[in-house]
Structure formats: structure tokens, C-alpha cells
Design a protein around this ligand. Structure first.
Ligand SMILES: Cc1cc2nc3c(=O)[nH]c(=O)nc-3n(C[C@H](O)[C@H](O)[C@H](O)COP(=O)(O)O)c2cc1C
Length: 365
């Protein structure tokens, strides 16, 4: 029976288990370059035992960063520091761990303060910049009004995604995840709440999904060796917003251009959203996409307990589970899951004595 510790193959990549670490911004980069914080953080995640480690939202151009502290892959320096950091993480990683990077563009939600500095739009004296989007509609009152991209400018943005994907390949990542969720640029085009265009990039669903599908297609063509996934906000949780049935069509179109999995998140594109939170509150969205589009899915959102995570995979609702806050709190969560479910898990020999696992469950790396 398939469970949390069953291996899974996507494209040419074999994952040792179904535990994924969700992308998590650290707001600790310097002009897009990974810092010592990332060195520590990625090395720590590499030792967790999770089969899939997704590095934080990493922006394809400088003005696509949420904050001055966001990671990027838009310069030689970004590429060099990411390579150094990933190389170090691989040296301590549990064998079989796969590393991916979430490529992103914040669009109208760029030019913001780090969360611990307030998280609001940067003021003029904080080196704010002009943001971009599908339409000149601010995220909320008091937020930057984005510049609505011209047709030719959209083509240039697509080239930035392709160039960043090439950099991701040179850095040595195993897979790329395109960030199409949480109200960032690709989601801004997908959602009628933020896209009121009347040209080929707006209006019908086919037009609204043109940017994300084109980006996926071009990235797949540019770096065919890298497995490709996409994170979607499957619904906006706002009347008149993107729906889960529309997202099924988006997922089908993405699958047709070579995307191997959809990570099913939701919301983030409107301050009016009403999200009924709670344990596993987005799992039904993953199940909906899996059934409707026939593509592998990653469930995410308040999946905190090993038995809960295992049930999601074993019942066929999702192929992977992704954890964010639970992993920040307990980077050895996969050890706990292995102990709870009675599975073997590889543990670095230096850490074995702290693993509190019966010997038969410990495979030293
Ligand atoms: C510190 C932090 C940073 C995050 N950064 C990202 C990110 O870079 N990209 C993304 O898609 N989601 C990001 N998220 C959302 C998580 O990936 C995840 O979807 C969300 O936290 C729900 O999962 P959880 O309940 O396991 O935390 C972030 C969440 C946290 C807590």
C-alpha cells in the first residue's frame, strides 16, 4: 500500500518518500544572493530526511522581489552564491534528497518590507520601486499601484523566467517549481480579480492562463533535464475570483506542456478572501485537481501530524504532502513520522544517537 514513505517517480526524478518541505521565504538575501543564513538553513533542511526540499520563492528579476531580502536568480552573483549554498547542502544531505527552487515574480506584491519590518509597501525613503502586473490595480488600499504590462513587456518577463531557469540548472537544482499562487504575478494574470485586460492576456480563462502556460512551456523547453512543477492558488476564496474548476483546466494545460505536479495552495490575491482555516484545509483542493486533471499533486496547509499526513497519501488524496511551519518548528519531523509509522529513515551517522529511533529504523547516511 502507498504511504508517506513510499518512493515516487516524477519525470526522471525518484523521490525516496512523499514528505516535501514547502518553499519558505527567509527574507535574508542580499540583492538576491543567498547569505550565511541560507547556508545554515538549507544544510539543516538537507538533513531532515524529507525527500523533496523546495527552496524559497526566488525571483526571476530584481523588481520581482517581495522585499529587499528576497532571493533571486537574476545575476551572476545570485547564481554563484546559490551554487555554493546548494553544494554545501548536498554534502550533508540524506542520500536521495531532491532539491528544487521555486521561481517567482511578486508583480504588484513586490516592493514590500520584510515581515518583521511591518510587511507593508515600502515607503519612498525605503528604496521602493515601480511594481508591475496584469492591470493597474493595487492589491489593497495604500499599496503600490502597479504598471500594467504592455504586450512586448510581457514577452520580456517570459524571457526572465527562462533565463532564471537556465541559472537554476547551472546551480544544480533537480527540479523547478513555478510560483503561480498567493497573489504573485502569475496568479495576478490567472485571477479575474487582478486581471481586467481585454487583449490576448486577459478576459477568458484561456487568455488569463496564457502567461503561466507559456512560462511553463518555455521553461520546459529551455531546461528539459529539470523536473517541472507548479504551485497554484486553486481558488481565490472571493466571489468572482478564480475557482477550483478553472484551476482544473489550468492544471490540464500545464500538464500538456510538461508540468509533472501541482502544489495545491489557495488565496493570497485579495484582502477580501475568506479562508476557512483548520487542519488540512486545502487537501480537498489537491484531491480535486488530482482527479480532474490526472496529474500528481502536493497537498499543503496545516498538515502537521504524521498520521494525518500519512492518511492524505494513503487515501489517494495527494501524492505528496508539503510542510512549512511544522518543519520550521521541528526540522526532524520526518524522524518523528518514521517512528510513528514504523518506517526506516536514513539519518546522518553524526545524528543517530539523537534520533530516538529503535536501531532497526536507522539507516546511517
Ligand atoms: C516563513 C514562511 C515563508 C513562506 N514563504 C513561501 C514561499 O516562498 N513560497 C510559497 O509558495 N509559499 C510560502 N509560504 C507558504 C508555505 O509554503 C505554506 O504554503 C503555508 O505556510 C501553509 O503550510 P503550513 O501550514 O505547513 O505552514 C511561506 C510560509 C511561511 C511560514
Amino acid at each position: 500500500m502507498t504511504d508517506l514513505f513510499s518512493p515516487i517517480t516524477l519525470g526522471s526524478l525518484q523521490f525516496p518518500n512523499r514528505i516535501a518541505i514547502a518553499p519558505m521565504c527567509q527574507y535574508s538575501a542580499n540583492d538576491g544572493c543567498a547569505s550565511d543564513w541560507h547556508l545554515h538553513h538549507w544544510m539543516n533542511l538537507a538533513m531532515s530526511g524529507a525527500g523533496m526540499v523546495t527552496v524559497e520563492m526566488t525571483d526571476v528579476e530584481r523588481r520581482g522581489r517581495i522585499s529587499h531580502g528576497c532571493m533571486g536568480l537574476y545575476s551572476e552573483a545570485n547564481e554563484a552564491t546559490a551554487r555554493r549554498t546548494l553544494d554545501a547542502a548536498r554534502r550533508v544531505a540524506v542520500p536521495g534528497t531532491k532539491f528544487g527552487v521555486q521561481l517567482a515574480h511578486a508583480g504588484r506584491k513586490a516592493s514590500c518590507q520584510r515581515p518583521w519590518e511591518g510587511g507593508g509597501p515600502l515607503r519612498a525613503d525605503q528604496d521602493a520601486w515601480q511594481t508591475i502586473s496584469a492591470s493597474a490595480i493595487a492589491f489593497d488600499a495604500g499599496w503600490h499601484v502597479p504598471h500594467a504590462l504592455e504586450d512586448a513587456e510581457i514577452e520580456t518577463v517570459i524571457l526572465h523566467w527562462v533565463e532564471a531557469a537556465r541559472r537554476a540548472q547551472r546551480v544544480g537544482f533537480d527540479f523547478i517549481e513555478l510560483h503561480g499562487a498567493h497573489g504573485y504575478l502569475l496568479h495576478q494574470f490567472l485571477s479575474p480579480l487582478s486581471n481586467t485586460r481585454t487583449d490576448r492576456w486577459g478576459g477568458s480563462l484561456e487568455n488569463r492562463m496564457r502567461l503561466i502556460v507559456t512560462v511553463a512551456q518555455e521553461v520546459a523547453k529551455a531546461v528539459p533535464e529539470l523536473m517541472l512543477g507548479v504551485r497554484l492558488s486553486v481558488k481565490d476564496w472571493v466571489d468572482g475570483g478564480l475557482t477550483e474548476d478553472e484551476s482544473v483546466e489550468v492544471a490540464k494545460a500545464l500538464k500538456a506542456v510538461g508540468v509533472q505536479y501541482i502544489c495545491c495552495s489557495s488565496g493570497g490575491n485579495s484582502p477580501l478572501q475568506k479562508i476557512p482555516g483548520g487542519p488540512g484545509y486545502q487537501v480537498h483542493l489537491a484531491e480535486h485537481i488530482r482527479k480532474g486533471a490526472g496529474i500528481a499533486v502536493r497537498a499543503v496547509g496545516m498538515i502537521d501530524e504524521p498520521l494525518q499526513a500519512n492518511q492524505i497519501v494513503a487515501s489517494g488524496k495527494a501524492d505528496f504532502v508539503a510542510l512549512a511551519r511544522a518543519i520550521l518548528a521541528d526540522p526532524r519531523w520526518p524522524w518523528r513520522a518514521a517512528a510513528t509509522l514504523g518506517h526506516e529513515i536514513a539519518v546522518a551517522p553524526q545524528l543517530v544517537r539523537g534520533a530516538h529511533l529503535p536501531k532497526k529504523w536507522v539507516k546511517a547516511a
